[in-house]
Design a protein around this ligand. Structure first.
Ligand SMILES: O=C(O)C1=C[C@@H](OP(=O)(O)O)[C@@H](O)[C@H](O)C1
Ligand SMILES: C=C(OP(=O)(O)O)C(=O)O
Length: 428
C-alpha cells in the first residue's frame, strides 16, 4: 500500500484549532473481542474505523461472529456485535496490528476447527513466541512449524483448558492482554505470571483489566500476576473514548507553533496511555488546561527537550522524538527498547530519518538521545509505521520541504490524518 509523497505543510502562523479525534484503537479492539465472546448482542459506539480495527472485525467475522453497522447508532459509525459459536476452518489476516496478532489467537483457540493466522511481512518478525508457547501450556494446539512466529495454525477443539501459565512479556504487554481477554471462556480461566525484564505499557494492561471487569468478569492482579476467573462475559454497550495517543501530534503542533490546540472529549479518568501527554508536554514547557471544551495545550513560543522514561507509554515516542528534534535543549527518551519490535524498529527508524534531515539523534541501548540542530527538507521514510507519518508531520510544521513517503500507512489508526492536519492548519 504505497501512495505518492505527501508534502508536510509548514505552519506559517501559530495554530489555533479544536481537533475532534476518532475512537481509541486499543479500546475498540478490546471491545470487539469482549463483545464477540459475550452472552448476547453488544454495541460498540464511536469506535475507531481504521485498518487495525477493520482487521479485528474481519477476523472475528471469519470465526463466525456477526459484526454489522449499528443503524440505530445515531451516525457514530458504530457496530452491533452478535456473538455466535466460533468455528473454523478460517483464515485470519492480522495485517500489522499488534492487537489483532496477540488478541485473536487465544480467541481462535476457542473455535472448533482450524484457524490459519498470518499478516504483513513485518508481522512475521514481531514477538509472538511467548504467546504461542503459553497457549500450548493452556491446552491449545498451535502449529507454527517451529518458528515461534507468524504464520501459524490454531487447531481449535471448541474449548481451552486454561489454568496457570508463566510468560516473558517484556517484548510486549499485548502478550498478556491477549491471554486475559479470552480467558473468561477458558474452562479454568487463567493465571498469567510474567517472568523476565519489566513488562512495558502498564496503562494498556490496566485497560485490559478495566474492560474485563466492565464486562462482569472477575479479575485479580498482583505484581506481575493476573488472574481471570472463568465465567460469562456480559453483553453491553461499549462507548469508545477518543484516541489520546493520536492526540500527540495535534497537541504537539501547539508547542511547535506557539499556538493552541484543544481536543474535545478528553476523559476525566482513563486507562489510555495518551493521558500522559498532559504531563509530558507540560514538562517541555506547554501550558496544559482542562475545561468543558476538552483538553487544551498552548505553546509558549520556544520549548525545551524532555528527559523521560517512556516504558509505560512507548507508542508516544515517535511524536515526542520529533518534538525533541525541534526543541531548545537536548532530550533523552529511555525505557523503550521494546520499540525495536513495533511496526518497524522505531529507534533505528527515528534516528535514520531525523538525521537524514540534518538532525542529531542517536540510539541508546533502551532509547534515544536527541540534540536539536537546524533541520532541512528531504524525504522522510515511514517504514509502514503510521506514527512515523505523524512524527514527520510535526517536523514539517517547522521545516520546509519535508516530503513524507507512503502517507497512506497512517490508515492503520487514523485514516483521515492528512485531512485533520489540514483542518487544524486552516485559518480559523
Ligand atoms: O494493548 C494495546 O492496545 C497496545 C499495547 C502497546 O503495545 P506494546 O506493549 O507492545 O508496546 C502499545 O504500544 C500498542 O500501540 C497498543
Ligand atoms: C505499537 C503500536 O501498534 P500495535 O497495536 O500494532 O502494537 C502503535 O500503535 O504505536
Amino acid at each position: 500500500m504505497s501512495s505518492p509523497h505527501w508534502p508536510a505543510p509548514v505552519a506559517h502562523v501559530p495554530v489555533d484549532a479544536t481537533v475532534p479525534l476518532p475512537g481509541s484503537k486499543s479500546m475498540t479492539n478490546r471491545a470487539l473481542v469482549l463483545a464477540a465472546l459475550a452472552e448476547g448482542p453488544s454495541r460498540v459506539t464511536r469506535p475507531l474505523r481504521s485498518r487495525d480495527t477493520e482487521l479485528m472485525a474481519g477476523a472475528l467475522r471469519a470465526l463466525g461472529a456477526g459484526i454489522e453497522a449499528d443503524e440505530a447508532g445515531g451516525g457514530h459509525d458504530g457496530w452491533r456485535v452478535l456473538p455466535a459459536d466460533l468455528t473454523g476452518p478460517a483464515r485470519v489476516d492480522v495485517g500489522l496490528a499488534g492487537t489483532v496478532m496477540r488478541f485473536l489467537p487465544p480467541v481462535a483457540a476457542l473455535a472448533s476447527g482450524k484457524v490459519a493466522v498470518d499478516g504483513d511481512p513485518r508481522a512475521r518478525e514481531r514477538p509472538m513466541g511467548p504467546i504461542i508457547t503459553a497457549l500450548r501450556a493452556l491446552g491449545a494446539d498451535v502449529d507454527d512449524g517451529g518458528r515461534g512466529a507468524l504464520p501459524f495454525t490454531v487447531r481449535g477443539t471448541g474449548a481451552v483448558r486454561g489454568g496457570p501459565v508463566t510468560i516473558d512479556a517484556s517484548g510486549s504487554s499485548q502478550l498478556v492482554s491477549g491471554l486475559l481477554l479470552a480467558a473468561p471462556r477458558f474452562e479454568k480461566g487463567v493465571e498469567v505470571r510474567h517472568e523476565g525484564p519489566p513488562v512495558p505499557s502498564a496503562p494498556h494492561l490496566a485497560m485490559t483489566v478495566r474492560m474485563l471487569r466492565d464486562a462482569g468478569v472477575a479479575v485479580e492482579t498482583g505484581e506481575d500476576v493476573w488472574h481471570v476467573a472463568p465465567g460469562p462475559v456480559r453483553a453491553r454497550e461499549w462507548p469508545i473514548e477518543p484516541d489520546l495517543s493520536n492526540a500527540a501530534q495535534f497537541l504537539g503542533a501547539a508547542l511547535v507553533t506557539g499556538g493552541r490546540v484543544t481536543v474535545p472529549g478528553w476523559p476525566e479518568a482513563t486507562t489510555q496511555p495518551g493521558d500522559a501527554l498532559r504531563g509530558l508536554l507540560a514538562a517541555m514547557g506547554a501550558e496544559v488546561s482542562r475545561g468543558p471544551d476538552g483538553l487544551t495545550v498552548r505553546g509558549p513560543g520556544g520549548f525545551c527537550g524532555l528527559d523521560a522514561d517512556l516504558h509505560e507509554v512507548g507508542e508516544l515516542t515517535p511524536v515526542l522524538a520529533a518534538l525533541a528534534a525541534l526543541a531548545d535543549s537536548p532530550s533523552r527518551l529511555t525505557g523503550i527498547a521494546h520499540l525495536r519490535g513495533h511496526e518497524t524498529d522505531r529507534l533505528a527508524a527515528l534516528v535514520t530519518e531525523i538525521n537524514a534531515l540534518g538532525g542529531d539523534a542517536r540510539e541508546l541501548p533502551d532509547g534515544l538521545e536527541i540534540r536539536p540542530r537546524p533541520l532541512h527538507g528531504g524525504v522522510f521514510h515511514t517504514y509502514d509505521d503510521h506514527r512515523m507519518v505523524m512524527a514527520a508531520a510535526v517536523l514539517g510544521l517547522a521545516v520546509p520541504g519535508v516530503r513524507v513517503e507512503n502517507p497512506a500507512t497512517v490508515g492503520k489508526t487514523l485514516p483521515d490524518f492528512t485531512g485533520l492536519w489540514a483542518s487544524m492548519l486552516a485559518p480559523a
